[in-house]
Design a protein around this ligand. Structure first.
Ligand code: OAD
Length: 251
């Protein structure tokens, strides 16, 4: 349960803040109908994400991996941003220095109009050349659902295109990592909807706190990420953020 004191406490911090950084995970999109990875509905054909979201899985069976991404692309195409996305989009226009670092690849923050989004794990709406042929851009946008053939072809070399996401075992793009690192110098760092188990994303909140940020965690599972938090608001992001926004408006 969130408490009125918790909501008021976060609102007080936000009122004084200039630099606000928000770290989001799959839970923020749950109310939009996008299944989380480790919650109910997260398994596809009994595969865990760690079994499909790897380069090894793709090289073994690119069609299977693409079928999973197609399933997610079709699902997300039918979803709309929820109240959590909306509140964060409003904050992105309000605070002089706002950054949203998301592990989500669904594009819902962008669709809500959020400014300054860092896509830590890429986007399911982007593709890249599996072979890295250099004859095409490193990443290109393609929202075709479904593709006429799987894997879809790379426009540069005709070989396999891959989803433009970061897979397990792959490094985060150094420029993305550097941008996210800069955002950790902030007054308030809000962490919403992540199980905080996948690194390096899971280490960002602790680093922000070491640098002096006030860290608040929003998650119905009160234990997720709590060790790095000054405040834990145990509830759904779409409800908690709505309450925080109401508290800010009532100030
Ligand atoms: P997870 O599925 O691991 O965790 C989702 C979190 O959201 C859980 O802690 C839930 O308790 C919480 N949650 C559920 N409903 C919520 C709601 N309405 N509001 C707020 N929180 C809610 O998803 P991530 O932490 O995002 O990586 O997963 C991290 C990474 O693992 C993903 O980016 C992906 C995945 O495999 C890659 O693909 C590389």
């Amino acid at each position: 349960m969130t408490t009125p004191e918790g909501i008021a406490g976060l609102a007080t911090r936000l009122r004084r803040a200039q630099r606000v950084t928000v770290l989001t995970g799959a839970g923020v999109s749950a109310a939009s109908g996008v299944p989380t990875f480790r919650g109910p509905g997260g398994l596809w054909k009994d595969f865990r994400p760690e079994e499909l979201a790897t380069a090894a899985a793709f090289s073994r069976d690119p069609r299977l991996v693409w079928e999973w991404y197609e399933w997610r692309r079709q699902r997300v195409a039918q979803c709309a941003p929820n109240r959590a996305h909306e509140v964060l989009a409003a904050w992105s226009r309000r605070y002089p220095r706002f950054t949203l670092v998301t592990q989500n690849v669904d594009g819902l923050h962008e669709r809500a109009g959020t400014r300054n989004v860092i896509r830590f794990h890429g986007s399911i709406w982007e593709l890249g050349c599996w072979q890295g042929c250099g004859g095409s851009p490193a990443r290109w946008t393609d929202d075709t659902v479904p593709f006429p053939e799987l894997p879809p072809p790379c426009p540069g070399c005709g070989g396999w295109a891959r989803p433009g996401v970061v897979w397990f075992g792959e490094p985060i793009d150094p420029s993305v990592l550097a941008e996210a690192d800069r955002a950790l110098d902030c007054d308030v760092c809000l962490v919403a909807g992540t199980s905080s188990v996948v690194y390096p994303a899971a280490g960002l909140a602790g680093e922000a706190r070491r640098r002096g940020a006030y860290v608040a965690v929003v998650n119905p599972d009160a234990s997720a990420g709590a060790e790095d938090a000054d405040l834990v608001l145990a509830g759904n992001a779409e409800d908690v953020l709505d309450e925080v926004e109401a508290a800010l408006a009532g100030a």
